[in-house]
Design a binder for this molecule. Structure first.
Ligand SMILES: Cc1cc2nc3c(=O)[nH]c(=O)nc-3n(C[C@H](O)[C@H](O)[C@H](O)COP(=O)(O)O)c2cc1C
Length: 401
């Protein structure tokens, strides 16, 4: 890639994190990109256009109706055509809401509509503004429209609140936009979370899976450029920006998978699917009685086994084995029985890793008899490793190295 030719448009909106956008511009300039900045009027109350002009050595664009600046061009159309990449950082709740609804009432939002590629959007706001349903719905809409949301971080904010909403660091934004996207062009299906099998209108059988591992896989696959289809049970972890197909039961998960699997290149089954469901569902709440109760359970479909029977030879299937004992033996048996290419074995007897935690430590067993140890890492780190291994197998199968 000839970096000198790459034009990056940075949109800056009115939040405290504007100062970080200055650093982002410096990183881009240092890396050899040509950078232009378009600011909302509110952003100019936080950092002056002159600061960005000095860093980028380009005119900074703010006023949509400035007569005569460059009379031969219409700025929002020209800027949209000029930009190879468009990053909005920080993105306020207000601008996110406008873009989600196609509103174009300043130079930045007017430039969004004629821009033809996905935009990178780095939300930055107070924790409650971020958690607000309206903001979350708007972010989901932006993902649906194909834009890339660069997840905000968690920590102390300028307003002293603690939580999620702080803009990703400029280095993270830079990496999200320009790091290698080795999964680009591949469709990756990820399943996440538990399933929930109803017994009656108020009771169900489920398990302790939070969905964190599956969601980390979906986010990482997206970051690595994949076209991600996330099929999620009732997860308790943050699912924003991932556009999941939501399911409750194992049967629903299987039918969602059947709709998607033919066009998939890689499947990662991270969901903790319930093995059993109530044999009979009672549509009325079962009343308490004086005696003990027996609920008869019937087997759920074995999702991986069913999908494996129609598996194409160029596809890669990865499963998970969460075990409390005989980890290696059980994982290897599952790998073989379900005709997987790889299986990620998780020791759930340890309190510091696995269910509901942020870290994990796994052994990956491969169908060629080899294995690899991850060491303890964040779930994001584990996700990166799993996807890198799946990609290596995919490349071997499909003759591209
Ligand atoms: C001191 C101060 C800090 C603010 N920080 C943020 C912020 O971090 N994120 C946000 O969404 N809004 C923030 N706001 C509110 C926005 O500036 C306001 O919604 C404005 O209309 C955004 O306009 P814009 O999206 O066109 O830039 C802040 C306001 C003030 C006064």
């Amino acid at each position: 890639m000839s970096r000198q030719k790459n034009n990056v448009l940075v949109g800056v909106t009115g939040g405290i994190a504007c100062y970080k956008a200055v650093h982002l511009c410096r990183l881009l300039i240092k890396a050899g990109y040509s950078v232009k900045v378009v600011m909302t009027p509110a952003a100019c109350s936080f950092v002056t256009p002159l600061t960005f002009q000095a860093i980028t050595r380009n005119r900074v664009y703010v006023n949509e109706f400035e007569a005569g600046a460059e009379p031969e061009i219409i700025e929002h159309i020209e800027l949209a055509g000029w930009a190879d990449e468009f990053i909005i950082a920080p993105a306020t709740a207000n601008t996110i809401a406008k873009i989600a609804n196609g509103i174009s009432d300043n130079l930045l939002t007017s430039t969004v509509l004629p821009y033809k590629k996905p935009i990178y959007i780095a939300p930055a706001m107070n924790v409650d503004m971020y958690a607000n349903k309206a903001t979350q719905d708007n972010l989901s809409r932006l993902s649906e429209l194909g834009h890339n949301i660069i997840d905000p971080g968690t920590g102390e904010m300028a307003c002293k609140a603690e939580g999620k909403g702080r803009m990703a660091e400029p280095e993270e934004i830079f990496d999200a936009v320009f790091s290698d996207r080795p999964l680009s062009g591949l469709k990756v299906i990820v399943t996440a979370g538990p399933t929930s099998e109803p017994i009656d209108p108020v009771r169900f059988i489920s398990n302790r899976s939070s969905g964190k591992m599956g969601l980390a896989l979906a986010r990482q696959a997206k970051m690595m450029g994949a076209d991600v289809c996330l099929i999620a049970g009732p997860v308790s972890a943050d699912i924003s920006g991932l556009n999941p197909v939501r399911v409750q039961t194992a049967d629903e998960m299987l039918s969602a998978l059947k709709k998607e699997i033919d066009s998939a290149d890689i499947l990662v089954m991270a969901a903790a699917v319930a093995d059993y469901k109530a044999a009979e569902y009672s549509d009325k709440k079962i009343k308490k009685s004086d005696s003990d109760m027996v609920i008869r359970l019937s087997k759920n479909p074995d999702i991986l086994k069913e999908l494996s029977s129609g598996k194409k030879k160029e596809q890669v299937f990865a499963g998970f084995a969460a075990e409390s004992h005989d980890l290696a033996e059980n994982a290897k048996k599952k790998l073989k029985d379900k005709k997987l290419d790889m299986i990620v074995a998780n020791d759930i007897s340890r309190k510091d890793i696995g269910f509901e935690t942020d870290d994990n430590e796994v052994t990956i067993y491969f169908s060629d008899g080899t294995s690899s140890e991850s060491g303890k890492r964040s779930k994001t780190g584990i996700a990166e490793l799993i996807l890198a291994q799946a990609l290596e197998i995919y490349r071997k199968k499909n003759g591209s190295v």
